[in-house]
Write a protein that binds this ligand. Structure first.
Ligand SMILES: Nc1ncnc2c1ncn2[C@@H]1O[C@H](COP(=O)(O)OP(=O)(O)OP(=O)(O)O)[C@@H](O)[C@H]1O
Ligand SMILES: [K+]
Ligand SMILES: [Mg+2]
Length: 679
């Protein structure tokens, strides 16, 4: 597991800051954003007036003390709710501060149009500028490498100090401002304007500035508002009813009853739950562009994962060179090396390493006048056209077969056997060709990352289907898929295959998550409900995604899905608790209020509370303190087990539903005992 960005979440200054902020939030112009607590605040103003002008609000002069006490408890209730939100925001600000520290002002070597170098402040750089970054330089802004190759220390961003190789072209070409060039030098084209870098976005998002409410939160708020309106109407009708049976009920008591009934517990904690959920994602070094993305992660049904680099280690290693068709091993090794001399892919590099280790030599001038054929996901071949007219290629079995047919050559009969042997081992066979002769097969070893099997088991337990996508041949894909334990796989995939699979799953009503880093992943990342781009990937991929993993670890998507699920469950659990809570309070205090005037409901008065007044006070005090009591659960999230959604729902309903029903009876009785012993 990547080192999580450790931020002290309950430091003293955060708590002090939150207390201060909870008073600032009392401002009604801010309170209306939290409608449930806004109603409590309005109620508090009315009971305050009832304390000053008791007779106007159905109270007698000897109830002024009672009114004042109720007003104070309502005030504290609103304060507790504000404190929960302020605490969550405080944590976000603390995270943003640590990120700001990494955003140092640096000097940049701007390459002017005439080629000269001008030192400028990194804040003056604009999109499209080209800067030179040499060993020891801090990269001044987010950008793409347009020339050169260098080792970059990204620890400022990801916390991982192992340098990452970045180079022009290919999928490892983007660099992040604030990271440091260790060796060599590169030319970087700036791709973002000042203030729009990933760090800036992460800071804004974490600070809650850009935290717009997510759909789930909006839906829940609507439910809470309608519940509140219903209870306001219920309590209003109580007034004429009480009159009808000649029972005097003061406005203060009605308001106290209303506050006990409306969902203040979840109303007070809702935003804290959301902010804390986003923070958890940030702590995993993932930038979520919106709360919506984090929530969508909680609802994922299907996950698309690349084989190479995600399920298996990124660079396949050349393990052996196997001759076919009567050729010698030296011959196939030599031409495998020749075809890879200018092949920058991990595969190409490992072939050169192995051949060199085997002591194979190539003439110095072999590259003079040679034409490089680069590897692409489409052609699935690479190689060299030498100046003496020799054509050397290596590539996937299916493409080489096509190529040989075109050239009028023929396939040696022992080729299939060798290719099959390698594929059954889960390896990738690359067929080596000289002109129109097949010389042999390169065995590229692909090893599955440890722990992937357990993770896929976890995902299946959560009801998530995993689909492995690879450009590799079907046999290799099948072997790896079985070994890794994925549900489905797509072999010899082309970029558009990913999009088609995503659309197919979405058409079946399933939400799809995928990770990617290459430009050819961009359309699929945009199409997916949750697209997690690697920070080392191209800008196109990062722009298309709705999350960026600063650690560039494609398996991070599994953590992100778990966090998203936990966020939804926490909200569900606390809402269940809150509603159960409110219903229980209704039965706890209504009989206590009405019993001396309507003896018939005496039987319902199972709480045997000391007096109607104490019953109201105890219920209201319980209603207030339950909010801070639940803050830790709201911030940390409910205990998360990878179980299927409905099994978890049943479990949470039981714990939080039953808990919500019982807690008030116990809580109110305890508080009543304390109050009655004091007064
Ligand atoms: N450098 C290379 N030169 C020639 N052929 C290659 C090279 N790298 C890969 N291939 C062939 O192209 C096929 C597709 O490679 P590609 O990188 O598109 O997908 P992959 O790496 O196999 O899987 P993934 O999509 O998970 O990355 C490989 O299975 C291999 O047969
Ligand atoms: K309540
Ligand atoms: Mg690949």
């Amino acid at each position: 597991m990547k080192r999580k960005r450790e931020i002290k979440t309950m430091s003293k200054e955060i708590v002090v800051g939150a207390i201060k902020n909870s008073f600032v939030k009392l401002n009604p112009l801010k309170m209306y954003k939290n409608p449930v607590m806004f109603v409590v605040e309005v109620g508090m103003f009315i009971t305050l007036l009832a304390t000053i002008f008791p007779t106007y609000f159905g109270s007698t002069y000897d109830e002024v003390g009672y009114n004042a006490l109720i007003t104070f408890i309502l005030f504290v209730t609103v304060l507790f709710a504000n404190f929960a939100e302020a605490l969550a925001e405080g944590r976000g600000k603390a995270q943003a501060d640590t990120l700001k520290k990494t955003k140092k002002e640096t000097m940049a070597k701007l390459i002017k149009s005439d080629g000269s170098i001008k030192m400028v402040k990194s804040s003056e750089l604009k999109k499209g500028d080209i800067v030179l970054c040499e060993a020891g330089d801090i990269i001044p802004a987010d950008g793409e490498i347009i020339e050169g190759l260098a080792a970059i220390d990204e620890s400022a961003i990801t916390g991982e100090s192992a340098p990452v190789i970045k180079e022009a072209g290919g999928d490892f070409s983007s660099v992040t401002g604030g990271t440091k060039v260790i060796s060599d030098s590169i030319k970087v084209q700036v791709t973002v304007d000042e203030g729009e870098s990933f760090l800036d976005r992460m800071i804004k998002m974490v600070e809650g500035a850009k935290r717009q409410k997510s759909p789930n939160e909006i839906a829940l708020t609507t439910v809470l508002v309608s519940l509140t309106i219903i209870f306001i109407i219920v309590v209003m009708t109580l007034y004429p009813m009480a009159k009808f049976v000649h029972v005097r009920i003061s406005a203060t008591t009605l308001i106290a009853l209303l506050v006990c009934l409306i969902p203040t517990t979840i109303g007070g904690l809702l935003s804290a739950i959301g902010i804390a959920g986003m923070d958890r994602v940030t702590r995993f070094n993932v930038i979520a562009m919106s709360g919506k993305a984090v929530e969508a992660a909680g609802d994922i049904d299907t996950m698309l994962l690349d084989k190479t680099g995600t399920i298996t280690f990124g660079n396949r290693l050349a393990a052996d060179f196997i001759p076919v068709g009567g050729h010698k091993k030296e011959e196939v090794t030599y031409y495998a090396l020749v075809s890879s001399l200018k092949d920058l892919t991990p595969e190409g590099r490992s072939i050169v390493d192995l051949a060199k280790k085997m002591g194979v030599k190539v003439p110095e001038d072999i590259l003079d006048g040679a034409v490089v054929i680069e590897f692409t996901a489409e052609t699935r071949m690479s190689g060299l056209n030498l100046k003496d007219g020799t054509i050397v290629r290596k590539g996937s079995y299916d493409k080489v077969k096509e190529y040989i047919k075109e050239q009028g050559g023929e396939i040696p009969e022992d080729l299939d056997k060798e290719v099959e042997k390698i594929s059954l081992l889960g390896g990738t066979p690359l067929v080596v060709v000289k002109d129109k002769e097949v010389l042999g097969v390169i065995y590229l070893k692909d090893t599955i990352k440890p722990g992937m099997k357990e993770r896929f088991k976890q995902l299946r337990a959560m009801g998530i289907k995993t689909i492995m996508v690879t450009g590799d041949n079907p046999l290799t894909a099948k072997t790896i898929a079985e070994e890794a334990g994925v549900d489905e796989f797509i072999a010899e995939s082309k970029p558009e295959d990913k999009i088609n699979v995503i659309k197919r799953e979405q058409a079946a009503g399933r939400l799809v998550a995928m990770t990617g880093d290459g430009t050819n992943d961009a359309p699929a990342l945009a199409q997916a409900d949750v697209g997690l781009a690697m920070n080392s990937g191209t800008m196109a991929a990062k722009e298309a995604a709705n999350m960026v993993d600063l650690d560039s670890d494609p398996t991070k998507i599994i953590e992100v899905v778990a966090i998203g699920k936990q966020l939804l469950m926490t909200r569900g659990a606390l809402t269940t608790f809150s509603i159960a809570n409110d219903v229980a309070k209704y039965f706890a205090i209504l009989p206590a209020i009405m019993s001396d005037t309507l003896p018939s409901i005496k039987v319902l008065d199972i709480m045997k509370l000391s007096s109607p007044t104490n019953a109201i006070l105890s219920a209201l005090i319980f209603n207030a303190i339950i909010i801070p009591i639940l803050i830790p659960i709201a911030m940390r999230g409910v205990k998360y087990r990878p179980m299927s959604a409905n099994a978890l729902l049943a479990r949470n309903l039981l714990i939080y539903g039953l808990g919500g029903l019982i807690a008030p009876f116990v809580g109110i009785k305890l508080i009543d005992l304390i109050i009655s012993s004091i007064f």
